[in-house]
Design a protein around this ligand. Sequence first.
Ligand SMILES: NC(=O)c1ccc[n+]([C@@H]2O[C@H](COP(=O)([O-])OP(=O)(O)OC[C@H]3O[C@@H](n4cnc5c(N)ncnc54)[C@H](OP(=O)(O)O)[C@@H]3O)[C@@H](O)[C@H]2O)c1
Length: 373
Amino acid sequence: MIVLASVALSADGYIDDSSPERLVLSHAADWQEVRRLRADCDAVLVGAETVRKDNPSLRTKDETLKAMRREHNRPEDPVKVTVSRSGNLDPRSRFFTQGSAEKIVIVGRNAPQANIGRLRRAATVVRAESETLSAAEIVEILERRGIGSLMIEGGSRILTLFLTEDRVDLLRIAVAPFFVGDPQAPRFVGEGRFPFGPARRMDVVHVERVGDMTVTLYALHARAADRAYLRRTVDLARMCPPSQTAYSVGALIVTPDRQLFTGYSRETAPDNHAEEEAILKAVRAGVPLKGSVIYSSMEPCSSRKSKPLSCSELIIRHEMARVVFATYEPDRFVDCCGERRLVEAGIEVTVLEELAAEALAVNRHILGGHNTR
Ligand SMILES: NC(=O)c1ccc[n+]([C@@H]2O[C@H](COP(=O)([O-])OP(=O)(O)OC[C@H]3O[C@@H](n4cnc5c(N)ncnc54)[C@H](OP(=O)(O)O)[C@@H]3O)[C@@H](O)[C@H]2O)c1
């Protein structure tokens, strides 16, 4: 299972204050981004205290996101999950009453039967084997129910549980530009033995400004980093000037010393490919690409009419170590054999086809119903 954790913090690391009202740390632009990430997951999880205190609905809300989920044969809202030792939750809270998604409450082994009976009218109740669950047990219960991607949205104790057990793959932290300074307020995480410290640092995949907030996406495991970088290439592909005769592709290079170079098709010249644009930026900056990883939303090309070197050839000449792409090039214009060329040159190739549908959807204007080979 892929686990994404998302949290909004004050500049001094608090996720709320100690007043009865929920502290608003985010704003519409950040919430929209969070909803987009939520819509990408099979399920969303919050701790029972967050259900009691914040009364969140955890719905997709946005019509475009709902349509996107329907298109991928998913229900409009991700499954909602909460964890509670006691099962002491109000079935009238918005977690239970809003949205069409299945609601799951995972309760501790000794949760009182009266609480379970009350919740069964509003949700699927799963009694765990432990009183205090581990993150591994929660993941196992959800995987058995067919959930392959989970977004955790707090609170502090649930985030601490998953992070200390090294069960988070991607971590999104949005920082609001103000202080709370309230010692009674909950912090992002509590005490614990975290697998990431000075000797093991997290990989910063992306940093952006969303309104007045700073959002950082960290990858905690290699496969999650691949997925996150590849997702960015799909986002980059959406920026391409449209063409009926060439695909819209995004590319991103990560150098061995973690410098990033991005590109998208036709970014600076009408016949430039995405990989070429990213490589050009690195070359202009004087950064050698030996040993780099290049991510591309589509298989790098193996022949070019307009240029002496194909993208595969450029990657080989720059001695890159690895290529990760989302989809093979459909055989609409040429019969591409980029993957074979790269492998023959000793470059490791990974195809992460879970993002293939999105990478192809960006090219719907060319492909129509035409699909992967
Ligand atoms: N800024 C943000 O992004 C953000 C997001 C979400 C929440 N928050 C804030 O976070 C605060 C709540 O955080 P919190 O740490 O107090 O609570 P929490 O993590 O939301 O929930 C804690 C509760 O979850 C259950 N639980 C936790 N670990 C468990 C385990 N290992 N096994 C079984 N059950 C377990 C227990 O429920 P029972 O007590 O029912 O047994 C526990 O009391 C609120 O102030 C909320 O506003 C902020």
